[in-house]
Design a protein around this ligand. Structure first.
Ligand SMILES: [Zn+2]
Length: 114
């Protein structure tokens, strides 16, 4: 009888308790947060720069739950409906992405033409 095979990391082949893939992935990540105006003037927060090892679908689901907004993971980045720059670094920090890793682009201002 072998040990539980679910305990082996599929990326590095080490047991999960020795695996550092996720830690490495998070340490190497340089996450940028920008806000764009989309169709019909909708604001969208775009979060990109996650390491490929990170499950963006899972992360998007968690972010949508925390921020109570719509959104999706697309082609290596996450889009969230609305402007979440004020809280996103806090939320990401609680998920294991330290604030110093997260760069927020404040150049877009949502005020202006209505
Ligand atoms: Zn691993």
């Amino acid at each position: 009888m072998s040990d539980d095979e679910g305990g082996i990391c599929g990326t590095c082949g080490l047991p999960q308790d020795l695996c550092v893939c996720e830690t490495i992935a998070q340490e190497e990540a340089r996450i940028t947060v920008t806000v764009e105006r989309r169709k019909w003037g909708r604001l969208t927060t775009v979060i990109e720069g996650f390491d490929k090892n990170i499950e963006l679908g899972d992360l998007a689901t968690k972010l949508k739950g925390k921020l109570a907004c719509g959104g999706a993971a697309k082609h290596g980045h996450i889009e969230l409906q609305g402007d979440h720059r004020g809280v996103i670094s806090d939320v990401l920090a609680k998920m294991g992405f330290p604030e110093e890793m997260v760069q927020i682009d404040w150049t877009f201002q949502s005020r202006g033409r209505r």
